[in-house]
Design a protein around this ligand. Structure first.
Ligand code: FES
Ligand SMILES: [Fe+2]
Length: 404
Protein backbone atom coordinates (compact mmCIF):
# COMPACT_ATOMS: atom_id res chain seq x y z
CA UNK A 1 0.00 0.00 0.00
CA UNK A 2 1.27 3.44 -0.81
CA UNK A 3 0.10 5.72 1.95
CA UNK A 4 0.70 8.82 -0.14
CA UNK A 5 -2.13 7.69 -2.34
CA UNK A 6 -4.59 7.36 0.51
CA UNK A 7 -6.02 10.76 0.89
CA UNK A 8 -8.81 12.13 2.96
CA UNK A 9 -11.09 13.53 0.26
CA UNK A 10 -11.43 16.86 2.05
CA UNK A 11 -7.68 17.26 2.47
CA UNK A 12 -7.20 16.17 -1.09
CA UNK A 13 -9.57 18.84 -2.34
CA UNK A 14 -7.78 21.38 -0.18
CA UNK A 15 -4.41 20.41 -1.62
CA UNK A 16 -5.65 20.46 -5.18
CA UNK A 17 -6.95 24.00 -4.94
CA UNK A 18 -4.35 25.39 -2.59
CA UNK A 19 -6.49 28.40 -1.74
CA UNK A 20 -6.42 29.05 1.96
CA UNK A 21 -8.99 31.83 1.80
CA UNK A 22 -11.94 29.53 1.11
CA UNK A 23 -13.50 27.32 3.71
CA UNK A 24 -12.31 23.75 3.23
CA UNK A 25 -15.81 22.27 3.26
CA UNK A 26 -17.06 24.84 0.79
CA UNK A 27 -14.25 23.84 -1.53
CA UNK A 28 -15.22 20.22 -1.29
CA UNK A 29 -18.81 21.00 -2.12
CA UNK A 30 -17.64 23.11 -5.01
CA UNK A 31 -15.46 20.34 -6.35
CA UNK A 32 -18.26 17.84 -5.84
CA UNK A 33 -20.70 19.93 -7.84
CA UNK A 34 -18.08 20.59 -10.47
CA UNK A 35 -17.41 16.93 -10.93
CA UNK A 36 -21.08 16.27 -11.35
CA UNK A 37 -21.78 19.15 -13.68
CA UNK A 38 -18.36 19.38 -15.27
CA UNK A 39 -18.39 23.15 -15.05
CA UNK A 40 -16.10 25.77 -13.61
CA UNK A 41 -13.16 23.41 -13.19
CA UNK A 42 -10.15 23.94 -15.46
CA UNK A 43 -9.61 20.95 -17.72
CA UNK A 44 -6.26 19.99 -16.28
CA UNK A 45 -7.50 20.13 -12.71
CA UNK A 46 -10.56 18.10 -13.65
CA UNK A 47 -8.40 15.43 -15.26
CA UNK A 48 -6.22 15.31 -12.18
CA UNK A 49 -9.22 14.96 -9.94
CA UNK A 50 -10.58 12.09 -11.97
CA UNK A 51 -7.24 10.33 -12.03
CA UNK A 52 -6.73 10.70 -8.31
CA UNK A 53 -10.27 9.51 -7.64
CA UNK A 54 -9.53 6.28 -9.49
CA UNK A 55 -6.24 5.81 -7.67
CA UNK A 56 -7.85 6.47 -4.30
CA UNK A 57 -10.65 4.02 -5.06
CA UNK A 58 -8.09 1.26 -5.48
CA UNK A 59 -6.28 2.05 -2.25
CA UNK A 60 -8.46 0.16 0.17
CA UNK A 61 -6.32 -1.07 3.01
CA UNK A 62 -6.74 -2.66 6.41
CA UNK A 63 -5.06 -1.32 9.52
CA UNK A 64 -2.59 -3.75 11.10
CA UNK A 65 -1.08 -4.05 14.57
CA UNK A 66 -4.46 -3.44 16.10
CA UNK A 67 -7.25 -5.41 17.81
CA UNK A 68 -10.30 -6.38 15.76
CA UNK A 69 -13.57 -7.81 16.96
CA UNK A 70 -13.50 -11.51 16.04
CA UNK A 71 -16.80 -12.95 17.25
CA UNK A 72 -19.24 -13.09 20.17
CA UNK A 73 -17.89 -15.48 22.79
CA UNK A 74 -21.20 -17.33 23.14
CA UNK A 75 -20.89 -18.56 19.53
CA UNK A 76 -17.78 -20.63 20.36
CA UNK A 77 -18.58 -23.49 22.73
CA UNK A 78 -15.90 -25.45 24.63
CA UNK A 79 -14.42 -28.12 22.36
CA UNK A 80 -15.58 -26.33 19.19
CA UNK A 81 -13.65 -24.64 16.39
CA UNK A 82 -14.83 -22.42 13.57
CA UNK A 83 -13.32 -21.12 10.35
CA UNK A 84 -13.40 -17.41 9.69
CA UNK A 85 -11.81 -15.12 7.12
CA UNK A 86 -10.44 -11.99 8.80
CA UNK A 87 -8.65 -9.27 6.84
CA UNK A 88 -8.56 -11.76 3.95
CA UNK A 89 -6.66 -14.32 6.10
CA UNK A 90 -8.05 -17.77 6.88
CA UNK A 91 -8.31 -18.07 10.65
CA UNK A 92 -9.28 -20.97 12.91
CA UNK A 93 -10.88 -19.92 16.18
CA UNK A 94 -11.31 -22.58 18.85
CA UNK A 95 -12.20 -22.95 22.51
CA UNK A 96 -10.48 -25.68 24.47
CA UNK A 97 -12.33 -27.90 26.94
CA UNK A 98 -10.98 -25.68 29.73
CA UNK A 99 -12.67 -22.63 28.08
CA UNK A 100 -9.55 -20.93 26.73
CA UNK A 101 -9.93 -19.37 23.28
CA UNK A 102 -7.12 -19.59 20.75
CA UNK A 103 -6.62 -18.77 17.06
CA UNK A 104 -4.36 -20.23 14.38
CA UNK A 105 -3.85 -19.75 10.67
CA UNK A 106 -6.36 -22.12 9.09
CA UNK A 107 -3.93 -23.78 6.70
CA UNK A 108 -2.07 -27.02 7.38
CA UNK A 109 1.66 -26.50 6.74
CA UNK A 110 1.85 -29.95 5.12
CA UNK A 111 -0.43 -29.65 2.08
CA UNK A 112 -2.59 -26.61 2.88
CA UNK A 113 -5.85 -28.31 3.82
CA UNK A 114 -7.75 -26.01 6.20
CA UNK A 115 -7.25 -27.29 9.74
CA UNK A 116 -10.92 -26.62 10.44
CA UNK A 117 -11.69 -29.48 8.01
CA UNK A 118 -10.09 -31.82 10.54
CA UNK A 119 -10.96 -32.71 14.14
CA UNK A 120 -10.64 -30.93 17.44
CA UNK A 121 -10.70 -33.03 20.59
CA UNK A 122 -10.86 -30.00 22.87
CA UNK A 123 -7.08 -29.99 23.30
CA UNK A 124 -5.40 -30.38 19.91
CA UNK A 125 -6.33 -29.98 16.24
CA UNK A 126 -5.85 -32.98 13.97
CA UNK A 127 -5.57 -32.28 10.24
CA UNK A 128 -8.15 -34.18 8.22
CA UNK A 129 -5.71 -35.16 5.44
CA UNK A 130 -2.74 -36.96 7.06
CA UNK A 131 -3.46 -36.50 10.73
CA UNK A 132 -0.75 -34.06 11.72
CA UNK A 133 -1.57 -32.62 15.14
CA UNK A 134 -1.19 -29.08 16.47
CA UNK A 135 -1.60 -27.61 19.95
CA UNK A 136 -3.22 -24.28 20.85
CA UNK A 137 0.03 -22.40 20.16
CA UNK A 138 0.28 -23.84 16.64
CA UNK A 139 3.13 -26.17 17.59
CA UNK A 140 3.16 -29.45 15.65
CA UNK A 141 2.94 -32.28 18.19
CA UNK A 142 2.56 -35.40 16.01
CA UNK A 143 3.13 -36.65 12.45
CA UNK A 144 1.54 -40.11 12.34
CA UNK A 145 3.35 -41.31 9.17
CA UNK A 146 6.78 -41.23 10.81
CA UNK A 147 8.26 -44.56 11.89
CA UNK A 148 10.97 -45.24 14.44
CA UNK A 149 14.26 -43.61 13.50
CA UNK A 150 12.66 -40.99 11.23
CA UNK A 151 13.43 -38.04 13.46
CA UNK A 152 12.23 -34.60 12.43
CA UNK A 153 12.40 -31.18 14.04
CA UNK A 154 8.67 -30.48 14.46
CA UNK A 155 9.34 -26.83 15.25
CA UNK A 156 9.79 -26.30 11.50
CA UNK A 157 6.10 -27.04 10.95
CA UNK A 158 4.47 -24.50 13.27
CA UNK A 159 1.21 -22.85 12.33
CA UNK A 160 0.92 -19.11 12.82
CA UNK A 161 -0.74 -18.25 16.10
CA UNK A 162 -2.83 -15.11 16.63
CA UNK A 163 -3.21 -13.28 19.92
CA UNK A 164 -6.79 -13.46 21.13
CA UNK A 165 -8.55 -12.12 24.19
CA UNK A 166 -12.02 -12.60 25.53
CA UNK A 167 -13.30 -9.48 27.24
CA UNK A 168 -16.85 -8.76 28.48
CA UNK A 169 -18.14 -11.68 26.42
CA UNK A 170 -16.43 -10.66 23.17
CA UNK A 171 -13.51 -12.37 21.44
CA UNK A 172 -10.91 -9.99 20.00
CA UNK A 173 -8.01 -10.84 17.72
CA UNK A 174 -4.80 -8.90 17.25
CA UNK A 175 -3.96 -8.66 13.54
CA UNK A 176 -0.23 -8.04 13.34
CA UNK A 177 1.58 -6.66 10.32
CA UNK A 178 3.55 -9.83 9.66
CA UNK A 179 3.57 -13.53 10.46
CA UNK A 180 5.23 -13.17 13.85
CA UNK A 181 3.25 -12.87 17.05
CA UNK A 182 3.90 -9.22 17.79
CA UNK A 183 2.76 -8.07 21.22
CA UNK A 184 0.42 -5.09 21.04
CA UNK A 185 1.68 -1.83 22.47
CA UNK A 186 0.39 -1.38 26.03
CA UNK A 187 -1.59 1.75 25.21
CA UNK A 188 -3.36 0.07 22.28
CA UNK A 189 -5.79 -1.87 24.40
CA UNK A 190 -9.22 -3.26 23.70
CA UNK A 191 -11.79 -0.55 24.46
CA UNK A 192 -13.87 -1.35 27.49
CA UNK A 193 -17.63 -1.14 27.75
CA UNK A 194 -18.10 1.21 30.71
CA UNK A 195 -20.18 0.47 33.79
CA UNK A 196 -20.59 -3.28 33.19
CA UNK A 197 -17.28 -4.54 34.58
CA UNK A 198 -16.63 -8.12 33.54
CA UNK A 199 -20.27 -8.83 32.58
CA UNK A 200 -21.09 -10.29 29.19
CA UNK A 201 -23.60 -8.87 26.71
CA UNK A 202 -27.30 -9.58 27.06
CA UNK A 203 -28.03 -9.53 23.33
CA UNK A 204 -25.97 -9.86 20.17
CA UNK A 205 -26.69 -9.40 16.46
CA UNK A 206 -24.38 -9.89 13.50
CA UNK A 207 -24.90 -8.85 9.88
CA UNK A 208 -22.82 -9.23 6.75
CA UNK A 209 -22.37 -5.98 4.80
CA UNK A 210 -21.27 -6.42 1.15
CA UNK A 211 -18.74 -3.60 1.24
CA UNK A 212 -15.24 -2.52 2.17
CA UNK A 213 -14.84 -1.74 5.89
CA UNK A 214 -14.69 2.05 5.40
CA UNK A 215 -18.23 2.27 4.08
CA UNK A 216 -19.59 0.31 7.05
CA UNK A 217 -17.64 2.45 9.54
CA UNK A 218 -18.69 5.71 7.92
CA UNK A 219 -22.31 4.52 8.05
CA UNK A 220 -21.83 3.73 11.74
CA UNK A 221 -20.87 7.31 12.59
CA UNK A 222 -23.18 9.04 10.15
CA UNK A 223 -25.58 11.17 12.22
CA UNK A 224 -28.02 12.24 9.53
CA UNK A 225 -29.11 9.00 7.87
CA UNK A 226 -31.39 8.05 10.73
CA UNK A 227 -34.57 9.89 9.58
CA UNK A 228 -34.32 8.22 6.17
CA UNK A 229 -32.85 4.79 6.88
CA UNK A 230 -34.25 4.03 10.34
CA UNK A 231 -37.82 5.09 9.69
CA UNK A 232 -40.04 2.90 11.83
CA UNK A 233 -42.84 3.42 14.33
CA UNK A 234 -40.61 2.27 17.18
CA UNK A 235 -37.73 4.56 16.22
CA UNK A 236 -38.77 7.76 14.45
CA UNK A 237 -41.78 7.70 12.21
CA UNK A 238 -41.99 10.43 9.55
CA UNK A 239 -39.64 12.56 11.65
CA UNK A 240 -39.41 16.33 11.71
CA UNK A 241 -35.79 17.43 11.39
CA UNK A 242 -34.40 19.41 14.31
CA UNK A 243 -31.02 21.02 14.87
CA UNK A 244 -28.64 19.09 17.09
CA UNK A 245 -25.52 20.50 18.75
CA UNK A 246 -22.93 17.93 19.83
CA UNK A 247 -19.66 18.54 21.66
CA UNK A 248 -16.71 16.26 20.78
CA UNK A 249 -13.33 15.59 22.37
CA UNK A 250 -10.36 13.57 21.16
CA UNK A 251 -10.05 10.28 23.05
CA UNK A 252 -7.56 7.37 22.76
CA UNK A 253 -7.32 6.33 19.11
CA UNK A 254 -10.54 8.13 18.27
CA UNK A 255 -13.02 10.66 19.60
CA UNK A 256 -15.90 10.97 22.03
CA UNK A 257 -19.25 12.67 21.69
CA UNK A 258 -19.44 14.19 25.16
CA UNK A 259 -22.25 13.12 27.50
CA UNK A 260 -25.41 15.14 26.85
CA UNK A 261 -29.16 14.80 26.96
CA UNK A 262 -30.77 13.46 23.79
CA UNK A 263 -32.94 16.05 22.03
CA UNK A 264 -34.76 13.88 19.56
CA UNK A 265 -35.55 10.76 21.59
CA UNK A 266 -36.36 7.64 19.53
CA UNK A 267 -39.62 6.09 20.72
CA UNK A 268 -38.06 2.81 21.78
CA UNK A 269 -35.87 4.65 24.31
CA UNK A 270 -39.06 5.57 26.14
CA UNK A 271 -39.02 2.18 27.83
CA UNK A 272 -36.06 3.38 29.91
CA UNK A 273 -38.23 6.10 31.46
CA UNK A 274 -37.20 9.76 31.30
CA UNK A 275 -35.01 11.47 28.73
CA UNK A 276 -31.74 9.55 28.49
CA UNK A 277 -28.25 10.98 28.34
CA UNK A 278 -25.84 9.59 25.81
CA UNK A 279 -22.09 9.38 25.34
CA UNK A 280 -20.58 7.83 22.21
CA UNK A 281 -16.96 6.75 21.83
CA UNK A 282 -15.30 5.86 18.54
CA UNK A 283 -12.03 3.90 18.72
CA UNK A 284 -9.87 2.62 15.88
CA UNK A 285 -10.06 0.45 13.91
CA UNK A 286 -13.87 0.38 13.86
CA UNK A 287 -15.44 0.32 17.32
CA UNK A 288 -18.34 2.41 18.56
CA UNK A 289 -19.50 2.30 22.15
CA UNK A 290 -22.63 4.15 23.18
CA UNK A 291 -23.67 4.57 26.79
CA UNK A 292 -27.29 5.54 27.37
CA UNK A 293 -28.40 6.31 30.88
CA UNK A 294 -31.43 7.59 32.72
CA UNK A 295 -31.62 8.18 36.46
CA UNK A 296 -32.32 4.49 37.05
CA UNK A 297 -30.95 2.47 34.16
CA UNK A 298 -27.92 2.14 31.93
CA UNK A 299 -27.73 0.52 28.49
CA UNK A 300 -24.48 0.17 26.55
CA UNK A 301 -24.18 -0.72 22.91
CA UNK A 302 -20.93 -1.95 21.42
CA UNK A 303 -20.94 -2.01 17.63
CA UNK A 304 -17.80 -3.40 16.01
CA UNK A 305 -16.97 -3.61 12.32
CA UNK A 306 -14.72 -6.43 11.17
CA UNK A 307 -13.33 -6.68 7.64
CA UNK A 308 -13.55 -10.21 6.29
CA UNK A 309 -12.33 -9.40 2.78
CA UNK A 310 -12.12 -6.26 0.67
CA UNK A 311 -15.76 -6.70 -0.28
CA UNK A 312 -17.31 -8.26 2.82
CA UNK A 313 -17.56 -6.76 6.27
CA UNK A 314 -19.18 -8.11 9.40
CA UNK A 315 -20.99 -5.75 11.74
CA UNK A 316 -21.72 -6.95 15.26
CA UNK A 317 -23.92 -5.16 17.77
CA UNK A 318 -23.97 -6.20 21.40
CA UNK A 319 -26.20 -4.74 24.10
CA UNK A 320 -25.57 -4.58 27.82
CA UNK A 321 -28.20 -3.45 30.33
CA UNK A 322 -28.85 -3.39 34.05
CA UNK A 323 -32.66 -3.48 34.01
CA UNK A 324 -33.88 -7.02 34.74
CA UNK A 325 -37.20 -6.36 33.00
CA UNK A 326 -35.33 -5.68 29.75
CA UNK A 327 -34.11 -9.26 29.91
CA UNK A 328 -37.73 -10.36 30.34
CA UNK A 329 -38.76 -8.59 27.11
CA UNK A 330 -35.66 -9.69 25.18
CA UNK A 331 -37.83 -11.59 22.65
CA UNK A 332 -39.34 -8.19 21.73
CA UNK A 333 -36.04 -6.27 21.70
CA UNK A 334 -34.23 -8.89 19.60
CA UNK A 335 -36.23 -8.44 16.36
CA UNK A 336 -36.10 -4.65 16.69
CA UNK A 337 -32.30 -4.72 17.04
CA UNK A 338 -32.18 -7.07 14.06
CA UNK A 339 -34.39 -4.78 11.96
CA UNK A 340 -32.24 -1.76 12.87
CA UNK A 341 -29.02 -3.50 11.80
CA UNK A 342 -30.67 -4.76 8.62
CA UNK A 343 -31.70 -1.20 7.72
CA UNK A 344 -28.04 -0.15 7.87
CA UNK A 345 -27.06 -3.18 5.80
CA UNK A 346 -29.77 -2.62 3.20
CA UNK A 347 -28.66 0.94 2.46
CA UNK A 348 -25.07 -0.28 2.04
CA UNK A 349 -26.35 -2.88 -0.45
CA UNK A 350 -27.94 -0.03 -2.41
CA UNK A 351 -24.77 2.06 -2.10
CA UNK A 352 -22.85 -0.71 -3.86
CA UNK A 353 -24.99 -0.14 -6.96
CA UNK A 354 -23.51 3.34 -7.26
CA UNK A 355 -20.00 2.51 -6.09
CA UNK A 356 -19.61 0.08 -9.01
CA UNK A 357 -19.18 3.14 -11.19
CA UNK A 358 -16.30 4.63 -9.14
CA UNK A 359 -17.96 7.95 -8.31
CA UNK A 360 -16.17 10.60 -6.25
CA UNK A 361 -17.70 10.72 -2.78
CA UNK A 362 -18.27 13.84 -0.73
CA UNK A 363 -17.86 14.78 2.90
CA UNK A 364 -20.02 17.77 3.71
CA UNK A 365 -19.79 20.20 6.64
CA UNK A 366 -20.39 19.12 10.24
CA UNK A 367 -22.61 16.16 9.40
CA UNK A 368 -19.67 14.39 7.77
CA UNK A 369 -16.95 15.57 10.13
CA UNK A 370 -16.89 12.27 12.03
CA UNK A 371 -16.38 10.41 8.77
CA UNK A 372 -13.58 12.83 7.90
CA UNK A 373 -12.02 12.19 11.32
CA UNK A 374 -12.22 8.45 10.67
CA UNK A 375 -10.19 8.76 7.48
CA UNK A 376 -7.69 11.04 9.22
CA UNK A 377 -7.36 8.71 12.22
CA UNK A 378 -6.92 5.69 10.00
CA UNK A 379 -4.28 7.37 7.83
CA UNK A 380 -2.42 8.67 10.90
CA UNK A 381 -2.43 5.24 12.56
CA UNK A 382 -1.08 3.62 9.39
CA UNK A 383 1.63 6.27 9.00
CA UNK A 384 2.64 6.14 12.69
CA UNK A 385 2.86 2.33 12.53
CA UNK A 386 4.90 2.39 9.31
CA UNK A 387 7.27 5.04 10.69
CA UNK A 388 7.55 3.43 14.14
CA UNK A 389 6.52 6.61 15.93
CA UNK A 390 3.77 7.41 18.45
CA UNK A 391 0.26 7.96 17.15
CA UNK A 392 -0.82 11.62 17.20
CA UNK A 393 -4.57 12.05 17.41
CA UNK A 394 -5.64 14.50 14.67
CA UNK A 395 -9.02 15.22 16.30
CA UNK A 396 -9.46 18.51 18.16
CA UNK A 397 -12.14 19.50 20.66
CA UNK A 398 -15.08 20.71 18.54
CA UNK A 399 -18.79 21.42 18.63
CA UNK A 400 -20.65 20.07 15.61
CA UNK A 401 -24.11 21.05 14.42
CA UNK A 402 -26.46 19.33 12.02
CA UNK A 403 -30.13 18.76 11.36
CA UNK A 404 -31.60 15.31 11.61
S1 FES B 1 -2.37 -31.65 4.66
FE1 FES B 1 -2.52 -31.58 6.78
S2 FES B 1 -1.55 -33.37 7.44
FE2 FES B 1 -1.26 -33.38 5.32
FE1 LIG C 1 -27.75 3.43 11.12
Amino acid sequence: MNLDNFIDPEKWAFQQWGDTTVDRCDKLEYIGKSLLKMVEVPTTAFDQLQKRATVTENKNFFLRNIWYYALPGSRLKPGAMIAKTLLAEPVLLARSISGKVFALRDICPHRAVPLTCGRFDGHEIECGYHGWRFDHTGRCTAIPSLVEGQDLDFSRFCVKQYLVREVQGNIWIYMAADDKVVPPSPEMDIPEIPYFGSQSYKLVQTALFPCFIDHAVVGLMDPTHSPYVHRAWWWRENPKLVEEVKPFDPSPYGFTMRRHQIVNVPRVYGILGGVPETEIVFHLPSIRIERLSTERYTVCNLTAVTPLTETETEVTTTLYWDAPWLTAIKPIIQPLARAFLNQDRDVVVKQQLGLKHNPTLLLIKDADTQARWYYQLKAEFARATAEGRPFVNPVKETVLRWQC
